[in-house]
Design a protein around this ligand. Structure first.
Ligand SMILES: Cc1cc2nc3c(=O)[nH]c(=O)nc-3n(C[C@H](O)[C@H](O)[C@H](O)COP(=O)(O)OP(=O)(O)OC[C@H]3O[C@@H](n4cnc5c(N)ncnc54)[C@H](O)[C@@H]3O)c2cc1C
Length: 703
């Protein structure tokens, strides 16, 4: 473990394991990166003295930034047996930034949003508070903090995240103006909410709406001002934005779109906002939520390649092979990710690469799936760009408060958005990530019903293993199923094992649905008689194959039952019509589902049992009519379909009766029950029967 030494004036330095002292802010001296010639000289002297002072063994992996992604990188690396030191500029326990909104709204306490999985004294990595890194020396592999403490490293990970971006609006320094990015911001806003009456939120993006929600929950009057034409312009189109505005206004938040804030009014305290359309909004508190800017100053000063963020390759490596960047500060293939899910994926990749494993981050389509002030919002893909691309066609479904739109490029789905609940959202997200093909009939269904797949195919247990269940942590349905197979039976147990649902919590209902779907199913009513009758029917249907037919007597014997049954025309007609009647009765179960009035004739479980009984009786009827002498030509075809339908029906009956046992052995699932396939085959085999029976009857009378 590295033992840093502080420059003058020296902070009391203790071993990193002394958590008490680790909390001391390291801000006794402000050392900024130098510039110009004099600066360069001073810089060189600094570097030499830094090297002399850095006489401790270098950290195996040093992480700058203790946000969610930095901490995730530390956890991943420790699991891979690496020794890790994390430097945090903040002096509070690392926390889950995503959950600042429920903290602001009063739904959770600070202790609930901690990122630490253990007591601080038991952490498997060294965590140092108040360590604001102000310089990286890539040549001599160390970083220097504001207090002059030198931290050597072998591998460095930059996880410095972003800061709130405050545009140059006149009056932005006035008391009563806030941002919403850190725990300190949240604390300041909570304190302010006790005296605030009217809060104006500048910015109608995700963060602005989150801030609005928090302050509204604290009983403040809230107005959101968005200079684009609609809310969440990066994630939603105009109609969806308008729908969201409507939903939000119903909750008592005023929304103004299409106007910019020209000035924040007030001398010693905020009194209002002056808008670009000349209107004034009276307010005593302003929250600026106009986006974030990645923290790239350290990387720039260290001459790492930068763009809008710190440029990284697919292995999360910067232009210096010993330095990695992950999370909101990293720019991958020209893209910045303002969400925590991709950051976690990057942390995992960086940890794997550092541990000597092969791993690449291939990027993800930007995805938002959240409850924004009680309204569910879903967006995947670069919506703003897709809207203007000439080769991309979009399809819309709108009904009441529900709005859905999908974007198709040459038959493949490339983006989607929705306001209001959409059960298929996770599957759509997966389809966009995979660039799945959407066929014309799927588009037809979408335009009519707002569903890409039939509803029964969209249950939690039907989602492919690759479908993301939790966007924040990147946990897929497959991983959740894996946890369930290992015995996790509650959302809390699955969260503890996989991390799913631990960040924003939006996916917890889906998690519960998956558990329900995978739970030990209860046996269906009457399952034992269903099993028994189906088994008997199956065996009976095999008799003509196993035993063959009953031969006719070679000489005439008027007392012979065989002669009476199979050679007397009248008896044959009777047995034939009885068989036809039984067959029609067996068909009646199909009508039972279609005609509601038939509900009065008993529950479906009873009908099913009777249906199987009739199936068995038709076999007896067939025997009485033919002695299993199946004939040839059309007669043979009729008999084959007849017996085949009963045989498959008996398999369907067995699968139905044993449904709970089969599903417990993970054969089939609640939405894809084991009986589904044989039942459909049974129905399919019945289709030719009416025509074949008609032929048979006509032929019998004609000849
Ligand atoms: C209110 C709110 C709600 C959000 N909701 C969602 C959501 O629902 N879903 C979602 O996916 N995302 C959401 N986000 C975004 C999400 O929080 C970020 O994507 C995530 O925090 C990025 O993690 P990070 O570790 O890369 O950066 P950060 O969380 O910004 O952490 C970076 C850390 O590095 C530290 N640091 C910076 N510079 C230095 C330095 N020089 N020396 C030492 N330390 C330094 C910072 O102090 C900070 O602690 C939300 C954000 C906010 C603010």
């Amino acid at each position: 473990m590295p033992q840093p030494r502080a420059a003058q004036p020296a902070l009391p330095q203790t071993a990193p394991n002394d958590r008490q002292s680790n909390r001391q802010p390291d801000n006794a001296r402000t050392a900024a990166p130098t510039g110009g010639q004099a600066g360069a000289q001073a810089g060189n002297q600094d570097r030499v003295s830094d090297i002399l002072r850095a006489d401790q063994p270098a950290a195996d992996v040093l992480i700058v930034g203790a946000g969610p992604v930095g901490i995730r990188a530390a956890q991943e690396l420790v699991q891979k047996g690496r020794s890790v030191t994390v430097l945090s500029t903040e002096v509070v326990t690392p926390y889950n930034r995503v959950r600042l909104t429920p903290l602001l709204g009063g739904d959770v306490q600070f202790s609930d949003i901690s990122l630490l999985e253990q007591e601080e004294t038991e952490l498997p990595y060294a965590l140092h508070y108040g360590q604001r890194v102000v310089r990286i020396d890539p040549d001599f592999k160390h970083v220097v903090t504001a207090a002059g403490t030198v931290w050597p490293y072998q591998t460095l990970i930059l996880a410095t995240g972003s800061d709130a971006f405050v545009p140059r609006i006149a009056g932005r320094e006035t008391p009563g103006v806030y941002t919403f990015r850190t725990a300190d911001d949240a604390s300041a806003l909570i304190a302010r909410s006790f005296s605030a009456r009217h809060v104006a939120v500048i910015g109608g993006g995700l963060l602005g709406l989150e801030a609005a929600r928090g302050m509204r929950q604290r009983q403040c009057k809230v107005t959101v001002i968005e200079h684009e034409t609609h809310l969440m312009p990066r994630q939603l189109d105009r109609v969806a934005g308008a729908q969201l505005s409507k939903n939000i206004e119903e909750l008592g938040v005023t929304v103004r779109t299409g106007v910019a804030v020209r000035e924040i009014l007030g001398e010693t305290r905020v009194t209002g906002l002056m808008l670009s359309d000349g209107m004034r909004v009276d307010c005593d508190t302003v929250i600026i939520c106009t986006g974030v800017r990645p923290n790239i100053q350290l990387a720039r000063a260290a001459r790492l390649h930068i763009g809008a963020g710190i440029t990284v390759d697919d292995r999360m490596q910067t232009s210096d092979p010993s330095i990695y960047a992950v999370g909101e500060c990293a720019e991958h293939r020209g893209q910045l990710f303002g969400l925590v899910g991709p950051g976690y994926a990057q942390a995992q990749v960086a940890a794997q690469v550092i541990a000597g494993q092969e791993a690449v981050f291939e990027g993800t389509a930007p995805t938002t799936k959240l409850k924004v002030i009680g309204a569910e919002v879903f967006s995947v893909g670069e919506i703003e760009q897709l809207e203007v691309q000439p080769n991309v066609r979009s399809h819309v479904w709108h009904e009441g408060d529900l709005y859905r739109r999908i974007f198709i490029d040459r038959g493949r789905i490339v983006g989607a958005l929705a306001v209001g609940k959409w059960d298929q959202a996770s599957r759509v997200q997966d389809a966009v990530q995979q660039g799945a093909t959407v066929y014309p009939w799927m588009l037809f269904r979408f335009r009519r019903q707002g569903l890409i797949w039939p509803v029964s195919d969209d249950a939690a247990d039907e989602m492919p293993d690759s479908a993301p269940l939790c966007n924040c942590t990147g946990v897929t349905c497959g991983q959740v199923r894996g946890a369930m197979a290992q015995g996790c039976a509650t959302p809390a147990e699955i969260s503890a094992q996989t991390g799913a649902g631990t960040v924003c919590g939006t996916c917890v209902p889906l998690l519960a649905e998956m558990i329900d779907a995978g739970a030990q199913p209860a046996p269906m009513p009457l399952w034992k008689p269903v099993l028994a009758l189906s088994a008997i029917a199956g065996l009976a249907a095999l008799l003509p194959i196993l035993l063959g037919y009953v031969p006719l007597p070679t000489s005439y014997d008027p007392d012979s039952l065989r002669v009476w049954l199979w050679q007397d025309n009248i008896v044959k007609q009777y047995s034939g019509f009885i068989l036809l009647g039984l067959t029609l009765m067996a068909f009646a179960i199909g009508l039972r589902k279609r005609f509601r009035f038939m509900d009065r004739l008993g529950g479906f479980d009873g009908w099913r049992l009777v249906h199987i009984g009739i199936g068995l009786a038709t076999l007896a009827g067939l025997f009485a009519h033919t002695g299993f002498n199946l004939g040839s030509g059309w007669n043979l075809a009729l008999a084959v379909f007849f017996i085949g339908a009963i045989l498959i029906g008996s398999v369907a009956g067995l699968a139905t009766g044993a449904d709970h046992e089969l599903r417990a052995r993970r054969i089939g699932s609640a939405r894809k029950p084991p009986r589904k396939m044989p039942t459909w085959l049974h129905i399919l085999a019945l289709w030719p029967l009416p025509v074949l029976i008609l032929f048979h009857v006509l032929a019998s009378y004609a000849f």
